[in-house]
Design a protein around this ligand. Sequence first.
Ligand code: PTJ
Length: 247
Amino acid sequence: MGDDVPPDHPRHDSLVTRERVVDGVERGITSRAGLVAQGRGEAFDYLLGEQTVESAARAERAAAALLLRADHPVVSVNGNVAALVPEAVGGLARAAGADVEVNLFHRTEARVERIAAHLRANGVEEVKGLTAEARIPGLDHERAKVDADGIAAADVVLVPLEDGDRAAALAATGTEEIVVDLNPLSRSARAATVPVVDNVVRAVPAMAAHARALADRPPADLDDIVARFDADAARADAERAIRSGEL
Ligand code: PTJ
């Protein structure tokens, strides 16, 4: 997977990431629509210079602090995230004391099972989302299906790359959200307490590293990190970086 990409290729990381999503589709983990979503993300990432801009790095630290302060944090995983960062999801969940739950737009029970098995094989001990007996109110598609003791009971949910419907519906229930989305204008980024405008392949490992570094900090310090984070300013900064295209 990605072995054919020469290490010195100028867009090596981007091409390896693309191959991972293609591989995810071939294994029945990622939906075919996930390829289109990845292409959209690549375009934004190209304009960001395929790097973590400073405001995104601050957002990743604030996201880690918010997860550590939560009573019941959950990392939501779709088919793209499972293909791209299965190990890092486990690392973040362990560092932040978060549950991991599969939640899919193009939900089939077979795909949920395959993703859960893939996550377990990559070190995630417990995977939720298989029973999905609860519903997020005000949402009439498959993403409404959540575990009663998972996303339905969460106070903070990390929702990487998805369309905005569920982000808005979750926000309406009072759940705080961390959204990883390379499009700073997306509805999900706008619904987030902490929008992270970065590639999920960089953002999830970075959040895990921050969670490990912040683990022993007193609650007041973590609250302060979250309070000082300005979501609108972070999105505006990312938009400016994309529009200026100064690579
Ligand atoms: O696995 P499923 O069935 O739940 O389906 C998941 C997809 C991704 C197909 C579904 O959520 C979808 O259609 O998403 P959208 O509406 O295309 O939105 C994806 C958003 O994520 C877009 O704003 C992209 O710019 C962004 N994005 C794509 N790839 C990445 C990304 N953001 C961060 N990192 C990426 N690698």
